[in-house]
Design a protein around this ligand. Structure first.
Ligand code: SF4
Ligand code: FE
Length: 481
């Protein structure tokens, strides 16, 4: 792994080269992911998190108590509520610039939740996890690495807990213990940006029982550690970019998810941050998902792009001043801002934990993510409404450029005479990309299932809705004693 500090997006891309990872894509071993045309857009999106360090340092960096220097905000532990708020502002900005999932939030949310949880484990058991974690954070800040947070297990038969699965590998677990560390087996699914990261931090995915100590493992591994295999997930229309830049809709940026398989991969003692403390697994899952669920304000940034694209489509069609068109854009804006409002409210209402780090408001974080599971679909519907049916019947760029048929395609696809047909085609391809194509993976289905499916948020909302207090309010006003 690269030893020098990563100072730019070019350094970052260079740092991914030559790692000899075992990456499979469409049945082929990928020789160099950086140069693979289907994988590169996801790397470009991650690279932008580095570019912003110089372009918007006030947003993209924070002063580290460990290095005494500004570090990338994605590697910073929030020591005040304002830090948590700025994470959201950075996420919206990156959503706007990439129109996709830029992947780096998972690691940030993992470090932030682990910071307070390891402190509390150590308080109870006298373990050294918190000190180790701080040492790890200092190292990754010094090198400016990307951290992938690996939580979601493949889960096998959902009716059975980890310890009762026919195949124990359905949940990541310790396969062997040695004096120097542990070996782990299992697989993590849907791992955002895993191949574009330098380190993976594995964490349990659910509350565990005392007899499930082998599943209660948290630790860090380099992405290129022995025993790890990556299988890249297909994305809708992901080969469009191989055809032409315009057909992709957004050729520069995409998200990335992979199935990450661990076959007795080793974690040395100094990188273990939980080992068997099953009574803290629920706290970790709740804090991580709280941070990650309000991180979904990233979708408000992507929503800004979608609103802009829908408005342009209306303008190109010559209907931008029609009142029902304007009202649909108002509706989209209103919906989009409810994502931001709930996420920001959660961050502003962060509270101090025993460790000294801040934790976002958990109820509001879950409300934010529940909102994301719905609003994005309605936004996509409105954008498709404004785009018109040509969105899904439009001939290809190749036809538009073809010698015989091209001039006719250009003539019949033109709407307003002063707008080139190609502009209209480009904006429709972008809406297609966001609502049906490659970046609909992030904008829609990831909005539904990422950071936990809708029901997971409803369970948390139920736990925190405090009906008792609300009943007291009602009794008080109605005169019931
Ligand atoms: Fe960040 Fe959003 Fe991607 Fe999650 S879905 S990693 S919050 S950009
Ligand atoms: Fe996610």
């Amino acid at each position: 792994m690269q030893k020098a500090r990563i100072k730019s997006s070019e350094d970052y891309i260079q740092s991914l080269r030559g790692r000899n990872l075992k990456v499979y894509l469409m049945g082929q071993l990928v020789e160099e992911p950086v140069d693979h045309p289907m994988m590169r857009p996801s790397i470009n999106a991650m690279a932008l998190t580095y570019e912003l360090e110089t372009e918007k340092p006030e947003l993209a960096t924070a002063l580290s108590p460990y290095t005494g220097e500004p570090v990338n905000r994605f590697l910073h532990v929030a020591m005040q509520a304002e830090d948590v708020v700025q994470q959201n502002q950075l996420q919206r900005c990156l959503g706007q610039l990439t129109g996709t999932c830029f992947q780096r939030c998972v690691g940030m949310d993992a470090l932030n939740s682990l910071y307070s949880v390891t402190y509390e484990i150590d308080q109870k058991y006298g373990t050294p996890y918190h000190t180790r974690l701080k040492g790890f954070i200092r190292e990754i800040q010094l090198h400016n690495y990307v951290i992938g947070g690996a939580m979601t297990d493949v889960k096998g038969d959902r009716s059975q807990p980890p310890s009762a699965q026919a195949d124990p590998d359905m949940y990541l677990h310790i396969s062997k213990r040695t004096p120097d560390g542990v070996y782990i087996r299992g697989a993590k699914a849907h791992q955002t940006g895993a191949i574009n990261s330098h380190w993976l931090v594995v964490m349990p995915t659910l509350r565990l029982q005392p007899n499930e100590a082998d599943f209660a493992i948290v630790g860090a591994l380099p992405v290129d550690a022995a025993g790890i295999t990556y299988v890249v997930g297909r994305q809708s229309c992901d080969t469009r970019g191989l055809e032409s830049e315009m057909e992709a809709g957004n050729a520069r940026f995409s998200g990335q998810e992979a199935l990450v398989i661990f076959e007795d991969a080793f974690i040395p003692n100094e990188l273990i941050f939980m080992n068997g403390e099953t009574d803290f697994t629920a706290m970790l899952v709740e804090r991580f998902t709280a941070f990650h669920r309000r991180s979904y304000v990233c979708k408000a940034g992507v929503g800004d792009v979608l609103i802009g694209a829908a408005a342009l489509a209306a303008e190109y069609h010559g209907v931008e001043n029609s009142s029902h068109i304007r009202d649909k854009l108002v509706e989209m804006t209103y919906l989009n801002e409810t994502i931001y409002a709930t996420g920001m409210a959660s961050s502003y209402q962060s509270h101090l934990t025993a460790s000294g780090a801040y934790l976002c408001d958990q109820l509001l974080a879950n409300v934010c993510k529940q909102q994301v599971t719905r609003v994005t679909y309605e936004m996509a519907r409105l954008a498709q409404d404004l785009a018109g049916g040509l969105l899904v019947t439009m001939p290809s760029q190749a036809d538009h450029q073809q010698q015989q048929i091209g001039p006719l395609v250009d003539k019949y696809l033109r709407a307003r005479q002063d707008v080139p047909t190609e502009n209209r085609m480009r904006i429709l391809r972008l809406i297609e990309n966001l609502t049906l194509g490659r970046n609909a993976v992030g904008y829609l289905t990831e909005s539904l299932h990422g950071a936990g499916s809708p029901q997971a948020q409803r369970i948390q909302i139920q736990r925190q809705m405090d009906l008792g207090a609300k009943k007291s309010l009602a009794k008080n006003l109605s005169g019931i004693r």
